[in-house]
Design a protein around this ligand. Structure first.
Ligand SMILES: *Cc1c(COP(=O)(O)O)cnc(C)c1O
Length: 380
């Protein structure tokens, strides 16, 4: 197999090559000023990202995990390990890590078998007198139904902090992350829909008090240069990351459209494929396809066949949080969340990035159908 024919899961070169000169110039300029922490690029990004999300405030910070931890602290204050926050098991570990490290107990619920997102009936059923908040995860780029979730939260007097690490530019109905909740957190890990050249993240909110508190927490609890109003930490965004993000942000809308177009190609090519289930998009959702995730039988065999043909695939994620050693103290058996458990054996992420060509998508789809039929035949 010629290496030119290989198709990666993500191809950042496609994003960065056309912008390389502009990006290199911005970084060179920053280096010549020696202003590496805070300053104009970070302020500019805060303003531009708040505008992109159509919210009152964006607080740039060090990464998506800290963004979520600090958003929780800014909304709820630090916990003492007894109050509960409901989230899903089918997510990246950072979601539950942030909850634990803010001092709360994560209560992991199952997901909807079609959308792979938080099952809202399960949320309602999981509420106890100790429940204080809900952390929905807008996995793969599709938002949880925030109107329904908000109705549950309001009825029960709970806060909502959204993990929007995979959902830059996503919408449910008219609203995006941060507009119907107390706060939302984003990651700008390089592979995300908007990625920095290193670690970065942001908190967005319409709540002035939450914004002020979060801005202090990420900068040693400072309310001014020499006054430390609360015990914070150092979770600031680097100026170099902000300089990169300022340039990339203006392309995010186009990049999301390119992802949506590629998802449309996959959808029509795989619509009638045997034993391959394409993603379900809720009618009101504007999915931004951070990942394009299908469900297949014999996933590991299918992956190996695709790999052999030069097509990279991923699994997001193979082991759900309730089956991870780190969360063993939650005492959940694998089949206590049956939908999540089953899903994790079958999900397969296909190559998805802005700039993937129609021909590449066709090759992936064709190879996938071949691999699935070969492996299901073998299994008979
Ligand atoms: C990427 C991601 C995070 C963590 O973001 P980092 O910037 O890597 O810390 C949190 N939650 C989800 C769902 C993610 O995909």
């Amino acid at each position: 197999m010629n290496s030119m024919d290989t198709i990666p899961l993500n191809d950042l070169t496609k994003q960065h090559d056309p912008l390389r000169e502009e990006l290199d110039r911005a970084i060179a300029k920053l280096v010549s000023t020696n202003a590496f922490i805070g300053g104009a690029p970070v302020r500019q990004f805060a303003e531009a990202y708040a505008e992109f999300c159509d919210v009152g405030h964006a607080i740039p910070c060090a990464n998506g995990t800290e963004a979520l931890r600090i958003a929780i602290l800014a909304v709820l204050g630090p916990g003492n390990g007894t109050c509960e926050i409901i989230t899903v098991s089918h997510t990246f570990a950072a979601t539950a890590e942030a909850i634990c490290q803010a001092g709360y107990r994560p209560i992991l619920v199952d997901v909807d078998p079609a959308t792979h997102l938080m099952d809202l009936d399960e949320v309602d059923a999981a509420c106890t007198d100790s429940t204080i908040a809900i952390v929905p995860v807008h996995l793969y780029g599709q938002m949880v139904d925030m109107n329904l979730l908000k109705a549950i939260a309001r009825r029960r007097g709970l806060a909502i902090i959204e993990d929007a690490a995979q959902a830059h530019g996503a919408k449910f109905g008219e609203f995006g992350p941060g507009q119907l909740s107390n706060a939302a957190s984003f990651s700008f890990f390089p592979g995300k829909n908007l990625g920095a050249w290193g670690d970065a993240g942001a908190i967005v909110t319409n709540d002035d008090d939450v914004a002020r508190c979060a801005a202090q927490l990420i900068d040693h609890g400072r309310s001014d240069k020499f006054t430390h109003t609360r015990i914070g930490c150092n979770a600031r965004m680097d100026a170099i990351q902000a300089a990169v993000l300022n340039i990339k942000l203006s392309h995010l809308g186009d990049w999301n459209e390119a992802r949506r177009e590629a998802a449309g190609w996959y959808g029509s090519l795989l619509a009638d494929a045997q034993d391959c289930v394409i993603p379900t998009v809720a009618p009101d959702a504007r999915h931004v396809f951070h990942q394009y995730v299908v469900k297949v039988p014999q996933r590991e065999t299918v992956r190996a066949v695709m790999q052999e043909a030069g097509i990279a695939t991923g699994v997001h994620y193979p082991i759900p949080l309730h089956e991870q050693p780190a969360f063993g103290t939650l005492g959940l058996s694998p089949d206590s969340l049956p939908v999540t458990h089953e899903l994790c054996q079958r999900i397969l992420s296909l190559p998805m990035f802005p700039g993937i060509t129609r021909r590449q998508v066709e090759r992936v789809a064709q190879m996938l159908m071949q691999a699935v039929s070969a492996t299901t035949l073998m299994a008979v």
